[in-house]
Design a protein around this ligand. Structure first.
Ligand code: NAD
Length: 367
């Protein structure tokens, strides 16, 4: 199995393979970049069909976390971990204890959080073996410092702020009253988003494979229920994918009628070139890893003992970052995703320069 020559290998600092014969643990931790701080990212459990698939996933996802945290202006690097196994049949206390010990051996270079296949309870078992796990406590403490493990409300608020930035850029207004928005997937984030938008008078259209979630949005947000396989074709102002990845693909892209796409789902573009096609069609796309950063902001603020209010203020900066990306795209500097990547690289480069500068200042002072 190629590692340094793997397509998704991108100057990762550490790629560590963990195995424990007793518990059956087979896991990989990838630390992509720690220029801005320790790497933080979810731990995912999935029945990968091969070790290569697991490696590909962890390399790709950890790199994405570096960019996401850099764009969210957080003192964090990018990392991710995967456990090879079926979350429905292969979970055990011993397995997660073993994973916790594996994470601990990296000495804080990687901080694990929740991802698909992993519950807060699983994280709590890991947390008994290592302090380098985020998102395992509940609620807000007596000083209003964040202790909650659920990042969804912060993610929903960030997407709401991002939609406002996109509407301002494309439609020239900051007023959402009467703006038509189609949300695909009204789960934890999508429903939270619907509530914010409803509060500002937006006209909502929703779909979900879970009819109860649709009903909740209809009852509580006055939304119109729509078919899930055609919601992207609606003649609305904003299409907001908030379910699974790959919503923008060869089958859907020509039928998207909205001038704006802005939602929380990860990896919305099935392929990078879909970003260029959207741009050619004049559709403004808010890159998913920028607009959905509210959750990671919440986790970082929780880790550093900050308040809910401070986190909310920081989440609001997503609007400014998106506005900068949209403006650069309008100046013909690339697709919004390409520009987001460049902006993240600029921030990391700047941090590197600052560290070098500090180092040389210190050595001059000591002479
Ligand atoms: P969730 O499971 O609570 O909600 C997803 C909703 O989508 C559910 O109601 C589900 O029934 C529905 N759904 C699933 N498949 C669907 C389909 N094919 N068509 C329509 N609806 C479908 O998850 P969530 O936490 O709200 O996250 C939603 C997306 O946002 C995911 O892609 C997730 O990775 C991403 N995301 C979430 C967060 C967070 O803080 N929760 C942060 C960043 C990104």
């Amino acid at each position: 199995m190629a590692v340094f020559d793997a397509i998704d290998f991108s100057q990762h600092e550490n790629v560590v393979f963990g195995h424990d014969k007793k518990t059956g643990l087979k896991a990989i931790i990838a630390v992509h970049n720690t220029t801005l701080g320790p790497s933080l990212g979810g731990c995912r459990m999935f029945p990968y069909s091969s070790d290569e698939d697991a490696l590909k996933d962890v390399l790709r996802l950890s790199r994405g976390m570096t960019y996401k945290s850099a764009l969210a202006e957080l003192p964090l690097g990018g990392g991710k971990s995967v456990i090879i196994g079926d979350p429905r049949t292969d979970k055990s206390t011993a397995l997660f204890q073993s994973m916790g010990a594996f994470i601990d051996r990296l000495g804080g270079n990687y901080i694990a959080a929740q991802d698909s296949g992993i519950s807060v309870e699983d994280l709590q078992i890991m947390a008994a073996q290592t302090e380098h796990v985020a998102g395992v406590r509940n609620s807000v403490d007596e000083h209003n410092r964040l202790r909650s493990g659920d990042p969804s409300p912060a993610t929903a608020y960030g997407v709401f702020i991002g939609i406002k930035a996109a509407v301002e850029q494309k439609l020239g207004t900051t007023d959402l009253n009467g703006v038509k928005i189609a949300i695909q997937g009204v789960g934890n984030v999508g429903f939270g988003l619907a509530k914010h938008l409803h509060g500002e008078g937006a006209k909502l259209y929703v779909s979900d494979i879970n009819p109860e979630n649709v009903k909740r949005a209809v009852d509580e947000c006055g939304a119109t229920a729509c078919e899930n396989d055609t919601i992207h074709t609606l003649d609305v102002d904003v299409y907001s994918p908030c379910a699974l990845g790959g919503a923008i693909n060869d089958n859907t892209i020509d039928k998207i009628a909205a001038p704006i796409i802005a939602g929380c789902a990860n990896n919305q573009l099935e392929r990078e070139e879909h970003g260029s096609i959207l741009q050619e069609k004049g559709i403004l796309y808010a890159p998913d890893f920028v607009i959905s950063a509210g959750g990671i902001i919440h986790v970082q603020f929780m880790l550093s003992g900050r308040t809910w209010d401070a986190a909310t203020k920081h989440v609001e900066r997503i609007g400014g970052t998106l506005a900068e990306i949209f403006q650069r795209a309008e100046q013909g500097k690339g697709t919004t995703s390409e520009i987001a990547n460049i902006l993240a690289e600029e921030r990391i480069e700047q941090a590197n320069t600052d560290v070098l500068q500090e180092g040389s200042d210190r050595s001059l002072q000591s002479k």
